[in-house]
Design a protein around this ligand. Structure first.
Ligand code: HEM
Length: 489
């Protein structure tokens, strides 16, 4: 009798647990299906370090494998973090438009702090950062750009005047070098360009080499590259402090970004400190230098590979020379639409920043092109990829083909699918502030080359250097040149 009772008790408790589980499952299923929302699918990996291994193989390799299987929204478990990828304009609008309180850059871009230095950009609250980005915006206004362009043109003329009548060069190296010189002139100022160029570029080199993939996870790891980075940052501070003081003492005023940052004031009337000015200049150089030199190199590679496009850009230069003579200024560069499209297309295929990141502070939902809805919980890292998104076949016809005319009136493939279809410069709230500067600089260089040289690619078309932090051209890009004057009669 007693045993029967005990059995019955166990049976009823078991039944209750089972019933509770079934009801709980049913409620959650009902809630889920009523809202129609779900968590994104998860990349299938080995436990614990599987996600890390997939990521280390290369994020683009992982995207190529997973996008066809999982679609435009999916999550990768990376150690203790969850990274949710949002690929394509249909699902990435929130990524670009969300306020900093919902999706922030601060945590994911922290690794820049030891390079840029204290008190600037990702080391300060968003309200201060916004003010500092206002300084950038002001330093890159059209009236300032007009003055920078004259300096860009002079630098290109001087640089290429040192080439012989004919010869062979590594165009990648040449363009990198010219862009550092130009950036020094327009951004860092006359003192650095004329007197301190070698010292300052060596220090920037150390800063650059101190930003390694490992620095993203452990920015303060005591390794020689980080020690050299910290020493270089300190020396740069001293050099700029002395330049800033001497400008202030002599009340001399120059047409460069350094001057703009010296003259900038926060809303409460406080002027920038020397350390902030140095940090903002380093940030400008890091944002603009490799990105621009990589883009000018790919542009050259594609134009020299595709004779029809080379003829089209040369023809445009001839027409502009007929109209304006040899002069090149801001407004004339702005008329170079064919060259603009050629650069834009090289940048579509090869955005130097292949992955953009944010940290999510509140839940949000996205809807895919197929109508599926996903909830992305707060706490996830959210990522999108300019490299992958710029080659989506439902947006770009034959996406791996170099075809600058896809941006011409009548086609405008980057506009047809709506905003955020072309994201080499990011977009929305944190879109690149240096885009016009970058185009002007690359156009100034290429209009000079097209007008003054016959060029031929003599090495094989370059591959992509996936190992670099800013992804560019692997190895050399050898080019044979012959001096000539483009005839425009
Ligand atoms: C071809 C050249 C360039 C490319 C491809 C490029 C690309 C980008 C991208 C993708 C972002 C957005 C990052 C994100 O959303 O996380 C960005 C932001 C930014 N870029 Fe550029 N950039 C270029 C040149 C420049 C230059 C020349 C400057 C300045 C002189 C510059 C200054 C900035 C700044 C200040 C931001 C931050 C904007 C913000 O967060 O509000 N960039 N750039």
């Amino acid at each position: 009798m007693v045993t029967m009772d005990v059995d019955n008790k166990f049976f009823s408790v078991g039944l209750m647990i089972l019933a509770t589980l079934v009801v709980a499952k049913l409620i959650s299923w009902l809630l889920m299906s009523r809202s129609g929302k779900r968590l994104p699918p998860v990349v299938n990996t080995w436990p614990v370090i599987g996600g890390l291994l997939r990521f280390l193989k290369g994020p683009i390799v992982m995207l190529r494998e997973e996008y066809p299987k999982l679609g435009s929204v999916f999550t990768l478990n990376l150690l203790n973090k969850k990274i949710t990828f949002l690929i394509g304009p249909e699902v990435s609008a929130h990524f670009f438009k969300a306020p900093e309180s919902d999706l922030s850059q601060q945590e994911v871009y922290q690794f820049n702090v030891p390079t840029f230095g204290p008190g600037v950009v990702f080391d300060v609250d968003y309200s201060v950062r916004q003010e500092q980005f206002r300084f950038f915006t002001e330093a890159l206004r059209v009236n300032k750009l007009k003055a920078y362009v004259d300096q860009m043109v002079t630098e290109a003329e001087d640089y290429f005047s040192k080439w012989g009548d004919s010869g062979e060069v590594d165009l990648k190296y040449e363009l990198e070098h010219l862009i550092i010189l130009t950036a020094s002139r327009c951004l860092l100022g006359r003192e650095v360009r004329d007197k301190l160029f070698d010292d300052v570029s060596a220090l920037f080199h150390d800063l650059d080499n101190g930003m390694l993939p490992i620095s993203v996870i452990f920015p303060y790891l005591p390794i020689p590259a980080h020690r050299r980075r910290d020493q270089a940052r300190k020396k740069l501070s001293e050099i700029f402090a002395s330049i800033i003081n001497s400008r202030k003492r002599s009340e001399q005023c120059e047409n460069d970004m350094l001057q703009c940052f010296i003259d900038s004031k926060y809303k409460n009337g406080r002027p920038t400190t020397e350390s902030e000015v140095t940090g903002l200049l380093i940030a400008a150089l890091f944002a603009g230098q490799h990105t621009s030199s990589i883009t000018s190199t790919w542009t050259g590679g594609y134009l020299l590979r595709h004779k029809e496009y080379l003829s089209a850009v040369s023809e445009e230069q001839k027409n502009l020379m007929k109209k304006h003579g040899k002069k090149v200024d801001h407004d004339i560069l702005s008329e170079m639409d064919v060259l603009y499209r050629s650069i834009k297309e090289a940048l579509r295929l090869h955005p130097p920043l292949i992955m953009l990141l944010r940290s999510s502070h509140s839940d949000f939902s996205v809807q895919t092109r197929e109508g599926k809805e996903y909830d992305i919980p707060k706490g996830h890292i959210v990522a999108t990829s300019p490299y992958f998104a710029n080659r989506l076949p439902h947006i770009y016809k034959e996406p791996d083909t170099y075809d600058p005319e896809r941006f011409a009136a009548g086609r405008e493939e980057d506009k047809v699918a709506g905003a955020f279809s072309y994201i080499s410069f990011g977009g929305g709230r944190h879109g690149c502030l240096g885009e016009p500067f970058a185009y002007l600089q690359i156009k100034a260089i290429w209009s000079h080359l097209l007008r003054n040289f016959e060029l031929e690619l003599v090495s094989p078309f370059p591959e992509i250097d996936w190992n670099a932090m800013v992804v560019g051209v692997k190895g050399k890009m050898m080019v044979r040149y012959k001096r000539r004057e483009l005839s425009f009669d």
